[in-house]
Ligand binder design. Structure first.
Ligand SMILES: C[S@@+](CC[C@H](N)C(=O)[O-])C[C@H]1O[C@@H](n2cnc3c(N)ncnc32)[C@H](O)[C@@H]1O
Length: 334
């Protein structure tokens, strides 16, 4: 670990002040917890280690296109009108936590946009070692392996937590949000996202598959993901649009719909996106079926859960796939 300076502060001094007990360092990563003690979280971590390892082997061009897609989506999910607006927001925080950073490209994006802020990138999967290696030259980033629901950080030390596409993969999203509230400063901010509930047939099938995939090897899940991608591609190439009746009892919404989208949202995840290409589409299907933990929410459940953990909603965005929003820690002044 280098003793660089972030806004006039020595990085090692900052680390000492952030953690209750400073974790040991392995390959540039502060290892807070190496292995989950819960079987489902262990399985989820393995699934992501596998996914990120495969992603890391993609060509730079594909990687850049995917990262750009994700960055543009991030702005939309959290209501930033432009990257400049995001940068302005980030620059107002001293310490930013990217909770569940995967390969760390969003944490690096934040670190670039806010060079005087410290960005902590944390993930429970082995992807964190790849992140630390990729971004080793950033003097305002640190990398932590561990559970975002048990960070080992002091109370009130983080100004912004970005937990993008992660919360629903934690063993107890409520406890994770409570940990976020604990480590956040007064009036601390949170950007977070959860999967939305889909139509009933798709929910039932997803639950069934997610249990079944626990007994499959990663090779088998990759193979299934390729088959599902092919199915999505074939359906999409038919270019059939038809009129769907409303079926409220099953949560199926009516209207003119494309056959592949109708099938996708109501029955079976068979992701295909021509712009993202084959590898990213297969990886998206793998990402859906491989992790054991993937909770889904309706609007009320999502907002109630955040409120229960003392997070007040300031901005809410919804898509068929998800709920996302910006939150401020509620202040209970005495
Ligand atoms: C779908 S990926 C999202 C990664 C990144 N935030 C992004 O937007 O590209 C979910 C990530 O959350 C991580 N994760 C899941 N549960 C976690 C936990 N309890 N603690 C830390 N990381 C966790 C996984 O290892 C995985 O890298």
């Amino acid at each position: 670990m280098k003793a660089e300076n972030v806004k006039g502060n020595n990085l090692l001094d900052m680390i000492n002040k952030l953690f209750v007990k400073v974790p040991f360092v392995r390959d540039g990563v502060l290892v807070r917890t190496d292995k989950a003690n819960n079987a489902n979280q262990c399985h989820t971590n393995d699934a992501f280690s596998e996914k990120w390892l495969a992603k890391n082997q993609e060509s730079d061009d594909k990687d850049e296109a995917w990262k750009q897609f994700q960055k543009d989506w991030y702005l939309k999910l959290y209501g930033y009108q432009s990257e400049v607006k995001l940068a302005k927001d980030l620059q107002s925080y001293r310490v930013i936590l990217d909770a569940g950073c995967g390969l760390g490209y969003k944490a690096a994006w934040f670190a670039n946009l806010a060079p005087e802020s410290l960005v902590i990138a944390i993930d429970f999967s082995d992807a964190i070692f790849q992140a630390a290696h990729r971004y080793q030259n950033f003097s305002n980033m640190i990398f932590v392996k561990g559970d975002i629901a048990d960070t080992g950080l002091h109370d009130g030390v983080i100004d912004l937590i970005s937990c993008d596409q992660v919360l629903h993969h934690t063993e107890s999203p409520l406890l994770t949000l409570m940990e976020f509230a604990r480590i956040s400063s007064e009036q601390g901010k949170l950007n977070t996202y959860v999967y939305a509930k889909k139509a009933l047939p798709r929910e039932l099938l997803d639950d069934y598959f997610r249990k079944a995939s626990k007994n499959m090897t990663h090779e088998q899940i990759w193979e299934m993901s390729q088959q599902l991608t092919q199915l999505g591609k074939n359906l999409s190439e038919l270019q059939i649009t038809f009129d769907v009746p409303d079926i409220p009892a099953l949560g199926i919404k009516g209207g003119q719909q494309d056959l592949q989208r109708f099938f996708y949202w109501n029955f079976l995840k068979c992701f295909w996106n021509e712009k993202m290409g084959l590898d990213a589409s297969v990886s998206t299907n793998f990402d859906w079926y491989a992790p054991s933990i993937a909770f889904r929410y309706d609007k009320k459940k999502f907002l109630d859960m955040c409120q229960q953990a003392n997070w007040q909603n300031e901005f809410l965005h919804s898509e068929k796939a998800c709920w996302s929003g910006r939150f401020t820690k509620s202040y209970h002044g005495g």
